[in-house]
Design a binder for this molecule. Structure first.
Ligand SMILES: [Zn+2]
Length: 93
């Protein structure tokens, strides 16, 4: 079983994936309509897991303002602890 709790399904990854897999899951969730939406509980201030800079993740998929590192958080549990980093050098498709 995978999915974000709304009944849709998506191949590969899931809301409990880590790292790049989670980033790609959120990026593709709901046909790509979730990634640009503001986080329901408000922006999350987090530390870039690539360069260590503090930045604010305002949408479910976002980039560090310093190094462009791609981060994402699962829509069902958007907290700072659950922010995942896609890895150094990763760029969105
Ligand atoms: Zn960074």
């Amino acid at each position: 079983m995978s999915g974000c709790g709304c009944g849709c399904s998506s191949s590969g990854g899931g809301p409990f994936s880590k790292g790049k897999e989670l980033v790609e899951f959120v990026y593709n969730a709901h046909g790509g309509t979730v990634r640009d939406q503001p986080i329901s509980r408000g922006p999350i201030e987090t530390e870039c897991q690539g360069c260590g800079a503090v930045f604010v993740l305002e949408t479910y998929v976002g980039k560090c303002g310093e190094c462009g590192g791609v981060h994402a958080v699962a829509p069902m549990n958007p907290t700072a602890e659950n922010v995942q980093f896609a890895g150094v050098g990763y760029t969105l498709p």
